[in-house]
Design a binder for this molecule. Structure first.
Ligand SMILES: *[C@@H]1O[C@H](CO)[C@@H](O)[C@H](O)[C@H]1NC(C)=O
Ligand SMILES: *[C@@H]1O[C@H](CO)[C@@H](O)[C@H](O)[C@H]1NC(C)=O
Ligand SMILES: *[C@@H]1O[C@H](CO)[C@@H](O)[C@H](O)[C@H]1NC(C)=O
Ligand SMILES: *[C@@H]1O[C@H](CO)[C@@H](O)[C@H](O)[C@H]1NC(C)=O
Ligand SMILES: *[C@@H]1O[C@H](CO)[C@@H](O)[C@H](O)[C@H]1NC(C)=O
Ligand SMILES: *[C@@H]1O[C@H](CO)[C@@H](O)[C@H](O)[C@H]1NC(C)=O
Length: 420
């Protein structure tokens, strides 16, 4: 099926703006070094009465299609339930929070979104214990490979683990997009590898981060920025998707095959779903054939919660509590990504176990869909309402505030690692 660019244009807009700007704010990270460190403050607990449940059987969302190994509970089917104790780090104690995800500093007043934990039905999910985690991971390396959501999770993990052993940066590329840190007392390495397509891509932007030409995407070539490191990594978390809906020209064997949204060119519109499927298939083929002895995760798509529309931008995703079951629909774009991810993962999964590859689905989509309260929204910017009650800004309803719901993604990863 071909998905037309027109109909996803709104979605595209946000992702393009955010995605690209994040390319260029890398430098801003630097400013956050050397700030005060200390331990978490306990924030005030808001009163919450309701349990917010995830829909167990919404067709496009169900994780049931991929059953967990026998006797184990499915960690991804559960509910967000209130918790009394807030995050183990704050905007004051952690120096790894980029400005555009530092919701507290930027003026977000409500803190209720910090007091929920994910509770799988049928088993306990403990909060990640940084000391235990680092102890178990001694001499091991972790890497998150993907786009700015991978960076978002790495920042969250850096904040959590640095409460025990402060991470030291040992590598960054020119644009601060790919980086590596070490937790010195444990010799644990944590990397983020910028590879928004996982395949080889040439992206052309100007100094403001505006794309100046179509992306050139080589569907048949994996991005060497990660393949060259892959063998050296013990735990790898892949993800992709969001960049695929942008204007791109697709290549195979260095020959133009077609494009996604290129109305000015005389090329076949192949649709981004075609490209995403093709690239994912290559990624999984590579993993399956890799003889890798570690653990490989594929993280599913994370929702873009643009709720109140662009015209109401200052009020975008301004909720203060998780959504209730069935209340929020997965955006069409995410549905397309998810369908491809589940289908391709499932095909690869059988082959992986035949080859002794430890490949797991890190299925954050359903639980993240409910956390419409966890995005920066207008607080992507510093004090957005200071001068204007209705500022003309585009909020961020895709990335997550730090601290915020993305912290629980690491609880889940830890549990998946421990329970094998
Ligand atoms: C943390 O957030 C508070 C508001 O909750 C703000 O006053 C403070 O400046 C922020 N500190 C840092 C280091 O971001
Ligand atoms: C970590 O590596 C060091 C140096 O190679 C070694 O002495 C130590 O036993 C290793 N520890 C673990 C838990 O693998
Ligand atoms: C740190 O871990 C790496 C493996 O990831 C190992 O090669 C190295 O020897 C370790 N270094 C120390 C000082 O333990
Ligand atoms: C690898 O990363 C570099 C720098 O970040 C980038 O210029 C290059 O296009 C990437 N390579 C591929 C194959 O995508
Ligand atoms: C577009 O491409 C087709 C097939 O390659 C060709 O027949 C046609 O003349 C081209 N049209 C233009 C406007 O270049
Ligand atoms: C969120 O925005 C909507 C739409 O503008 C508004 O009606 C609502 O009061 C806002 N909610 C909060 C908690 O600010």
């Amino acid at each position: 099926m071909l998905y037309n660019w027109k109909y996803i244009h709104k979605f595209n807009y946000i992702v393009v703006k955010l995605g690209i700007s994040i390319l260029f704010v890398g430098l801003a990270f630097r400013l956050f070094y050397g700030q005060s460190t200390g331990f978490s403050q306990v924030l005030k607990t808001p009163s919450v009465e309701n349990t917010h449940t995830s829909p167990p059987h919404v067709d496009s969302l169900s994780s049931d299609e991929i059953p967990p190994p026998q006797g184990k509970c499915n960690l991804f089917i559960g509910d967000w339930i209130p918790k009394k104790i807030g995050p183990i780090y704050t905007n004051e104690s952690c120096s790894f929070i980029p400005e555009y995800q530092n919701c507290m500093k930027n003026g977000r007043q409500d803190t209720g979104y910090l007091y929920w934990r994910w509770n799988p039905r049928g088993c306990e999910l403990p909060q990640l214990d940084p000391k235990r985690f680092l102890g178990l991971m001694r001499n091991r390396s972790w890497a998150f490979i993907g786009d700015s959501i991978s960076q978002n999770q790495v920042n969250s993990l850096l904040c959590i683990l640095s409460t025990v052993d402060k991470a030291v940066e040992v590598y960054h590329d020119e644009g601060y997009k790919s980086r590596r840190w070490v937790f010195p007392s444990y010799n644990v390495s944590l990397s983020v590898i910028w590879s928004p397509f996982l395949a080889e891509a040439h992206i052309f932007g100007d100094s403001n981060g505006v794309l100046t030409s179509e992306i050139e995407l080589h569907l048949d070539k994996l991005d060497m920025n990660w393949t060259k490191l892959y063998k050296s990594l013990d735990y790898v978390v892949f993800s992709s998707g969001l960049w695929f809906d942008r204007s791109s020209i697709y290549y195979e064997k260095n020959t133009v095959l077609g494009c996604n949204y290129c109305p000015k060119r005389n090329l076949t519109e192949l649709g981004f779903d075609f490209a995403y499927r093709k690239v994912l298939r290559n990624v999984f083929d590579y993993i399956v054939a890799s003889h890798h002895k570690g653990t490989i995760f594929y993280r599913t798509t994370t929702p873009n919660h643009v709720e109140n529309g662009l015209s109401n931008s200052g009020k975008m995703c301004n909720r203060t509590e998780p959504a209730r079951e069935g209340e929020v629909q997965l955006p069409v774009m995410n549905k397309i990504f998810r369908k491809i991810e589940l289908e391709e993962f499932q095909k690869a999964s059988t082959r992986a176990s035949e080859n002794g590859i430890n490949l797991k689905l890190f299925d954050v989509t359903p639980l993240s869909l409910l956390r419409i309260d966890g995005h920066p929204g207008p607080y992507r910017f510093f004090q957005p309402f200071a001068e204007d009650k209705n500022p003309k800004i585009i909020g961020d309803c895709l990335h997550w505030c730090l601290p915020g719901p993305i912290d629980s993604w690491s609880d889940l990863l830890m549990e998946m690692v421990i329970s094998g």
